[in-house]
Each structure stands twice: as C-alpha cells, then as structure tokens.
Ligand binder design. Structure first.
Ligand code: SF4
Length: 535
C-alpha cells in the first residue's frame, strides 16, 4: 500500500474524531491527553506525520498537542542556525546509545517502525548487545490515546526491580508531534525509576545533543532524589574532592585527567553520561564540573542547580592544559603556587611529547562529536596547519576558550556546519588530510585527498594531557603519507569516466542536462513543501 496515499484523500475522509470516541480501558491519563490535544491536531496526527511530513508541520502539531513547553526549551538549549539542521543521523540515536550503555537500564522506543528499525540496527552495529523495547502503534492507537496506554502497560511489565534501576521511554518524531504524554507515566514503579523523554528530529538538532536530553533528565531525577534524602553511595570512593567530567571520551582520558588533577589534591569524578545510576549522585557530589564536550546544556543546568561550578574547554595540548589547570585550581580555591607546581611537570611532559611526534601538513577538521575544536588545537600544537574546523554542534560558552584560541591562530571555526560548508572547506583549502564525517571523507578521497573518519579514527584515541599529545601524530602522519597511493589510484582509473559517464561503456551514455534541471526543480519544490525532517 502506498503509505502516502492518504495525503491525496479529501479532508472529510481523514477525520479521526469518531475513532476517538471508541471505548477504551484507559484511565485519567488518557482523558488528560485527550484534553490536551485539539481534534484538529488529532486529525492531522495520524499516519500523515513522519519523515515525509514537514518539520514545520510536525512542530505545529507537537505544540498544539501540548509539547510547546518542551519544544521551547529545546529551541533555547540547542539553538539552530546558520541553517536549520546539520546533516546528521537521527538524533534519537544519541539518547538511545546513552541508555543502552547504562547498567540495569531498560530502553523503550515509541515511534514509527522504520525509525525504530534504523535506530536498533545502528545500535547493534555499534555493539549495543542489549534489547531495545518497542511499543508499536497505528493511526488509531496514536490518535485515540491507546498508544499511551500501551506504553504504560509496557512500562509496568518491564519495571522489575530485580532487573532494572531505570526504564527509559523515548518518544520519537510522530509520537512527539502527536503529544503522547510521557510526563504522565508514573515516576517510579516498584522502586524502578521511569524517565520519559521526547527526542524528535524537529526539536533536537543532533544526536550529540540528544545525549544531553537524556543525561540532563537523569541528572534532574537524581538531583531531586539526593535532595529528598540519602542515596546509594558510589562503588568506589575517593577522599579527595572530585571533578566530574562531562562528555563521552576515550577510556584512557579520565585516567589521564585524574593523574593531572592529583598534584592539585583533586581526583577525576564520574564521566557523564554515566554507566550506572548511582554514578549520577557521585557526579553531582563534586567540587566542580569540567564541560569537556561543550553541548551538554541541560546537564549543565542541573549541575548549576546543585551549585556546582562548570569549567569550559579541556586539558588538550600545552596551552589548553595550562589554561584548564588554572581554571580548575581557581574554581576549587587552590593556591596559585600549588597550581603552578602541578603545571610544571605536566606541561613539560606534554611539550616533550608534542616535539617528539610532529605533524607536518594542512588538515581540515569536521565532525559531529563535539570535540572537533579540541582536536584542531592538538593538531596545531603538533605543528599542523589547520585552516578550518566545522562542528555540527552549536556555539556555547563552554567552547569559548577553544574558539578564541583557534581564531587567534587564523582558523575558521564553523558551528552548526553543514555538509556543504565542510566540503567547500576541503575544496578551497586543498588539505593534505581531510578529517571528517563519511560524506566529507568520501568527497576528499574522490579528489585523491587523504581523508580520515573522525568518529572511528580520531575519537578512538586519547586526546588529553601528556597521553593525548602525540597520539594523533601516528595516524595523521600515516594518512598524509598515503597521498602517493591516492595519486597512483587516480592515475590508474584515469579515463574510466566520471559523473554521468562513470564506468566502462561500449557506448558512453549521453548527458541530459535538461532532464536533470527539470527533475531538480521538481525535487526542490517537493523539498520546500515538505521540509524533510531528521533523516
Ligand atoms: S528524525 Fe527521522 S528517523 Fe529519527 S525519529 Fe524522526 S522521523 Fe524517525
């Protein structure tokens, strides 16, 4: 069946008001939902909403269905622009991954089957090895409120305290646009915490920021628990004041940071997003928070509500480490002499490592992890020329020191960078190496420019302190040295055609620019009317 066929039906046919009067075994929750959702919205919120509906339509429907407050918060926390949305994967992957990495945590998705298929596929591709729960829906269960009842039932079934500390339920695009009221779920069932979040592609721009949606929601819950009474102690305890580390990083980095904090009389605290619930209490119970990744706006709000100071940037390279140790020392009231003493040994080690493994060449950097500016700093301190850094993440005050440092060195820093901007940078700067996302890497390689995938190759090594200095050099220099291989490949394939004539032909296909122009026009008109969402 053509799923879009309903779009062409007369408006009188697609009315769900009478379906909404069907008797249900719902309680007060559904009446509250029904009150919150205008019939007009319900009429629009059936299977007509999905990836093929416009972002504006989805936002309007969600606002009308009672989600205006959450959308306004997302708009403030995760500002868009210069363009609407970076070309990135479904944002919900970020929050899904955070939940799947936590011990004793059950995850349930509520969304279109195609979205859930894609998200579970990607999760397992990245080694989740955990079950992803799914509550399916159809037009009727969505608009009558039965979907909420189904979710509620699923949550009650799965909330077994012997197995789980927490159940996380995520509304994807369609249930969010339809106002499925996860906030009406019980906060706790048999001691199992229930957390409902909305992660729509039309409200959360990147999967990085979706991590913050869930991390922020969990920190808020944990903060309220800690304020209400005693909470579980951490598994391992230090008698030193701790610095909570905000942002997922290479596993060796928290250890390296801990070694740098030791001479200050401090210790590295939990990394947020955490791997188990009780670490959230430890994260909140800190001397200060290091916003290693700068996009955790909701999480920062929770730390600030707990009166914790938040430190920007990260101990990357010589300059970055020096400034960061100063900022940590100041935030924790440590005497300058002690800070200087700590810096002496560490900065010498970093300088030595950087000098021992220099990088020679021009490198463009783009990615969506949030650590792009830090990587660029490290490359520059290693000797590389970095003319451009693009990140899908927004500009926040937590990356200000990095942006200022880079801009002072003449680097173009592009927040919310689009694929077109990243590719234009590769075109105009003609780097010896392009570090970027898959399509950027693909583009560079087609031009015989060595390229490396940011997520798999850069995020998979230490960046902080002495261990980070020099860790990039090995892979970066090896990649730059591969240029001759690319040239050989280009020469080998020379003449096999490109564009419309790509391949080996007995008769080279004729280019039809007029058809392409006509089709492009049609596509542009369709795209404008639909404003593709998320994917
Ligand atoms: S962004 Fe796309 S894949 Fe992700 S939930 Fe929304 S419609 Fe589905």
């Amino acid at each position: 069946m053509d799923e879009r066929a309903h779009l062409d039906r007369p408006a009188t046919e697609a009315v769900y008001d009478s379906a909404a009067t069907a008797p249900l075994s719902n309680g007060a929750a559904v009446s509250a939902m029904a009150d919150a959702i205008e019939p007009a919205t319900l009429a629009r919120s059936g299977d007509g909403l999905g990836c093929h509906a416009g972002a504006t339509t989805m936002r309007e429907a969600a606002s009308a269905a009672g989600k205006s407050e959450i959308l306004a918060r997302y708009a403030a926390d995760y500002p868009k622009g210069p363009h609407d949305q970076p070309q990135s994967m479904c944002p919900a992957f970020g929050s899904l991954r955070v939940g799947l990495r936590m011990r004793r945590t059950a995850t349930i998705l509520s969304g279109s089957a195609c979205c859930v298929y894609g998200l579970t596929f990607t999760s397992h591709f990245y080694g989740a090895r955990r079950t992803v729960g799914y509550v399916p829906f159809n037009s009727e269960t969505l608009v009558t409120g039965k979907l909420f009842e189904d979710i509620r039932e699923a949550v009650f079934k799965i909330a077994d305290p012997a197995l789980y500390d927490t159940v996380i339920v995520t509304n994807l695009c369609v249930p969010t646009a339809s106002g499925v009221p996860l906030q009406l779920l019980p906060k706790e069932i048999n001691g199992v915490r229930i957390i409902g979040i909305d992660v729509p592609g039309f409200g959360v721009p990147t999967h990085a920021e979706a991590k913050d949606v869930l991390a922020g929601a969990m920190l808020r819950y944990a903060r309220c628990e800690a304020e209400a009474g005693p909470v579980a102690a951490p598994r391992t305890r230090t008698d030193k004041p701790t610095i909570t580390l905000l942002g997922e990083m290479f596993p060796a980095d928290p250890i390296g940071i801990g070694m740098m904090l030791e001479p200050l009389g401090l210790a590295a605290g939990p990394v947020v997003p955490t791997r188990e619930w009780r670490e959230l209490y430890g994260a909140l119970d800190c001397a200060a928070v290091a916003a290693i990744h700068p996009f955790y706006t909701a999480s920062v709000r929770e730390f600030e509500a707990a009166s914790r100071k938040v430190i920007p940037s990260a101990p990357v390279g010589r300059d970055g480490t020096e400034a960061w140790l100063d900022a940590v020392g100041k935030a924790c009231g440590i005497a300058q002499a002690k800070i200087d003493n700590a810096k002496n040994g560490i900065l010498r080690a970093i300088q030595g490592a950087l000098a021992a493994t220099p990088i020679k060449g021009r490198v463009t950097v783009s990615g969506y992890e949030g650590s792009e500016l830090l990587v660029a700093r490290l490359l520059i301190e290693s000797g590389a020329e970095v003319p451009y850094v693009g990140t899908a993440c927004p500009q926040t005050r937590w990356s200000d020191p990095d942006r200022e440092w880079l801009q002072a060195k003449g680097v173009t820093v592009q927040y919310r960078a689009s694929l077109e901007q990243d590719i234009a940078a590769v075109e105009s700067f003609e780097p010896d190496l392009a570090i970027g996302t898959t399509p950027v890497v693909q583009h560079a390689k087609q031009r015989a420019i060595p390229a490396m995938y940011f997520t798999n190759l850069i995020s998979a090594r230490p960046l902080m302190g002495p261990a980070g200095a020099g860790s990039l050099a090995l892979v970066v220099n090896a990649a730059i040295a591969g240029k001759a291989r690319f040239d050989r490949m280009s020469a080998f394939f020379e003449g096999v055609g490109e564009g419309h004539a790509t391949g080996v032909w007995t008769e080279i296909p004729q280019d039809r620019p007029e058809f392409k122009a006509k089709y492009a026009k049609q596509q542009a008109a369709t795209a404008k009317s639909e404003e593709a969402v998320g994917c």
